[in-house]
Design a protein around this ligand. Structure first.
Ligand code: GTP
Ligand code: MG
Length: 483
């Protein structure tokens, strides 16, 4: 994709399209102040100081007034894009917005492409590529956790970390390359043992970043939480209780829910995508069979699996265990077992329920432990609830949060949330693995240096220092216009 002409002065609506109290139109590029002088009646923009706001009138080429506006001046390089920039705050009618943009176009600006303001900020060195991508994530964020994550990246957390890793590698790459200049003398400037330890440390670090992607991606897109179990267990009642809204149809007829129902729920600032499913059993008809099939697919893609057990149904914990073994194919998927309808079974109304975190042994685990417990069912995964009476629902929400996020949010560590970054890290890690293989098999310095350079290139792609020209169109094309 070809990059737009960066010497043009560009204009776009910066606020959301539609009617609002105020709209902001942004103008940026070398001709910004010349254009502003032509279209603004008030203090001459070109004579104004940077970072000042001025009241005046926006006028058409024929001298007629479009609107009363406030303009804010930013002289490059101290602006978002790094170029001269003016923001025009006008009254928020869609007609006025369009009219002002037309006036700017007539005076010599052109319409900005999606993400072009941020593209310029990147090319002018105002931010690196990972920060520019964080801008898009921040705009798209729908929960406190995803906004925090994007903000951390925007502030350069990831950039600094990558720069540190690269710095260490560059040092060694240059030592190894120096050896090549003295190849006849058979010297080793780069201590091989030290190099190995460094590569191992860096790989350990990259491994942590790679692992954080699951969480990062889940925070960005919402944590898919699948509610499943046998028919009539109370899954839809639970969905409603969690949402505090009568979202799904509830009835005492087994097989009420046939299609999956998806709703989002914010728990402590993290977005969960709750998915209520059709109860699992031998389907009675074709439609139900499709529903059960869909349930199985959802469980496979789930980040968290919530199994609802009706404790009035006569099902034992061993039965539950058998269900779980069958349903949870990926043993890394965290799950919770909910003993629902506890209001109707005295066994589940012991002291244990009043304080579910108490570590006294759950009556069912004590009396009826699963024979092999192959899935590692433990007490802290079992929660007594009454979906209908909304008992222990708050506790369940906290447990969902803990299971999804664990202790990972208290660490200030970097969380990778961008698939492009994940891919670059993966390739960099593979190149470093090659370095280690090379050291093991005693290959010559020039091959080792080559592999280190390869790892460096992949890391450099994350921040945009290296070889990303082809990617820019794709990355910035996903932005909204005006950013
Ligand atoms: N006493 C009691 N009844 C409950 C509780 N939770 C659900 N029920 C009842 O159990 C029946 C089934 O509830 P649903 O929520 O429709 O069950 P489901 O698992 O969605 O069922 P399907 O969609 O058919 O798979 C309804 O009559 C609910 O009122 C509970 O905590 N206590
Ligand atoms: Mg249902």
């Amino acid at each position: 994709m070809q990059l737009p002409n960066l010497s043009d002065t560009i204009v776009a609506l910066a606020t959301a399209p539609g009617v609002g109290a105020i709209a902001v139109i942004r103008l940026s590029g070398s001709q910004t102040f010349a254009i502003a002088d032509a279209i603004f009646r008030g203090k001459r923009p070109s004579e104004g100081k940077t970072h000042t706001a001025h009241f005046g009138y926006l006028i058409r080429p024929d001298g007629s007034t479009v609107d009363e506006v406030l303009i804010t001046l930013f002289r490059g390089p101290k602006s978002y894009t790094g170029d001269d920039t003016i923001e025009i705050s006008c009254h928020g009618s869609t007609y006025l917005q369009q009219e002002i943009i037309q006036v700017c176009l007539a005076a010599g600006a052109r319409m900005a492409q999606p993400g072009e303001f941020t593209l310029r900020a990147f090319l002018n060195g105002k931010m690196d590529l990972s920060q520019a991508e964080a801008v898009a994530d921040l705009i798209a964020s729908q929960s406190a956790a995803s906004a925090d994550m994007a903000l951390r990246q925007l502030r350069g957390g990831f950039r600094d970390e990558i720069a540190r890793l690269r710095g260490e590698l560059i040092h060694f790459a240059s030592l190894v390359e120096l050896e090549l200049d003295f190849s006849e003398e058979d010297v080793e400037f780069a201590d091989r043992g030290q190099l190995r330890r460094l590569i191992e440390t860096i790989r350990g670090h990259i491994g942590g970043l790679l692992r954080s992607f699951d969480l990062g991606n889940a925070i960005k897109t919402g944590i898919s939480t699948v509610i499943a179990g046998r028919p009539n267990a109370g899954k839809s009642t639970l969905l409603n209780a969690l949402l505090n809204e009568e979202r799904a149809i509830v009835s005492d007829i087994a097989g009420t829910t046939r299609d999956t129902i998806e709703e989002t729920l914010n728990i402590n600032g993290v977005q969960f995508r709750l998915i209520d499913t059709a109860g699992i059993r031998e389907a009675q008809d074709q439609i139900e069979a499709i529903g059960v099939q869909k349930t199985m697919e959802k469980i496979e893609q789930a980040a968290i699996f919530v199994y609802v057990w009706d404790v009035t149904s006569g099902m034992t914990l061993a039965d539950v265990h058998a269900d779980l073994r069958q349903l949870v194919r990926d043993e890394n998927t965290p799950y919770l077992v909910l003993c629902n309808k506890m209001d109707r079974n005295p066994l589940f109304q012991s002291e244990w329920l009043v304080n579910p975190a108490d570590d006294s042994v759950h009556p069912y685990l004590q009396n009826d432990p699963p024979a092999d417990n192959a899935i590692g069912l433990t007490l802290d995964r079992i929660i007594n609830i009454s979906a209908k009476n909304e008992q222990n629902i708050e506790y369940l929400k906290n447990r969902l949060f803990e299971v999804a996020i664990g202790s990972q949010t208290d660490t200030e560590g970097t969380i990778v949330s961008n698939a492009r970054h994940h891919d670059a890290l993966r390739r960099s890690d593979a190149a470093l693995a090659d370095v280690l293989h090379g050291l093991d098999s005693g290959i010559t310095g020039d091959f080792i240096a080559q592999d280190i350079r390869r790892a460096l290139t992949f890391l450099g792609e994350i921040t945009g220092e290296i070889g990303v020209e082809d990617l820019l169109g794709e990355i910035f094309g996903k932005f909204c216009i005006g950013k």
